[in-house]
Design a protein. Structure first.
Length: 198
C-alpha cells in the first residue's frame, strides 16, 4: 500500500504499549517503508499514561512528531478510559481498536470522577465518525501477552494489513522473544482472527 498512515496509541504503563509500535516500526524499516515513531511516557510507574505516535509512509525525520487532531487513521487503546483522550485525534472513518481493560485512575478511586463504560466510549468514537472494534481482556489466550494479541487485532481490523503481511510481523515477533516465540505468534494469530464488538 502506498500513501501515509498515522497511528495514535494510548494506554497505561506496564501494558507493553510501546512494543506494539516498536514491532510495526521494525517491520516498516525491514520493508523500506518510511517510518517515524514518537513515544511519550507519562509517570514511570505502572499505571502512568503512555502514548505513541507512529507515522508510516514518510521519510524518517521529514514530519512533525505530533499527529494533529482529526488526522489519525488508526487509534489503538489498551485501556478503556484512556480511549477518550485519543478520540479527537481520529479522522472521519478512522478505526479504533480498543482493549476493554479497566485501570482506574486516582480520581476515580477517590470518588472524584466516574469511570466510563464501554457504551459511552463507543458512542464518543461514533460521534467522531470512527469505527469501534472492542476486545475483551478475558479473550486474550491464557499466558499470552495482551499487547501481542492486540497487535493481531490491529492487523485484522485496520488498513495496517495493506502495508505488511502477517509473516512480516510474525518474523519480528519471533525474533524479539525467542524463548516464547511460539506462544507469542499464537497470541498474534488469535488477535488477527478475533472479532471485535462494534
Amino acid at each position: 500500500m502506498s500513501g501515509y498512515f498515522d497511528v495514535y496509541t494510548v494506554g497505561v504503563g506496564g501494558q507493553g504499549l510501546l512494543t506494539i509500535s516498536e514491532i510495526i516500526t521494525e517491520a516498516a524499516a525491514a520493508k523500506g517503508i518510511g517510518v517515524n515513531f514518537f513515544p511519550t511516557k507519562g509517570m514511570a510507574q505502572r499505571g502512568g499514561f503512555v502514548k505513541t505516535q507512529l507515522r508510516l509512509g514518510r521519510e524518517a525525520g521529514s514530519c512533525s512528531p505530533s499527529i494533529s487532531p482529526g488526522s489519525a487513521d488508526l487509534i489503538v487503546s489498551m485501556e478503556l478510559s484512556e480511549t477518550l483522550k485519543a478520540v479527537r485525534y481520529g479522522r472521519q472513518g478512522a478505526d479504533y481498536v480498543v482493549l476493554g481493560l479497566r485501570w482506574q485512575p486516582a480520581a476515580v478511586m477517590l470518588g472524584k470522577a466516574p469511570y466510563p463504560d464501554e457504551k459511552q466510549v463507543v458512542e464518543e468514537i461514533r460521534k467522531n465518525g470512527g469505527a469501534a472494534h472492542c476486545f475483551d481482556p478475558a479473550d486474550v489466550p491464557g499466558g499470552a501477552r495482551a499487547n501481542i494479541y492486540m497487535l493481531g487485532a490491529v492487523y485484522g481490523h485496520s488498513r495496517l494489513s495493506g502495508f505488511f503481511s502477517k509473516e512480516d510481523l510474525e518474523k519480528i515477533i519471533a525474533g524479539s522473544w525467542k524463548n516464547a516465540a511460539e506462544k507469542n505468534i499464537q497470541a498474534f494469530r488469535a488477535g488477527c482472527s478475533a472479532r471485535g464488538k462494534p
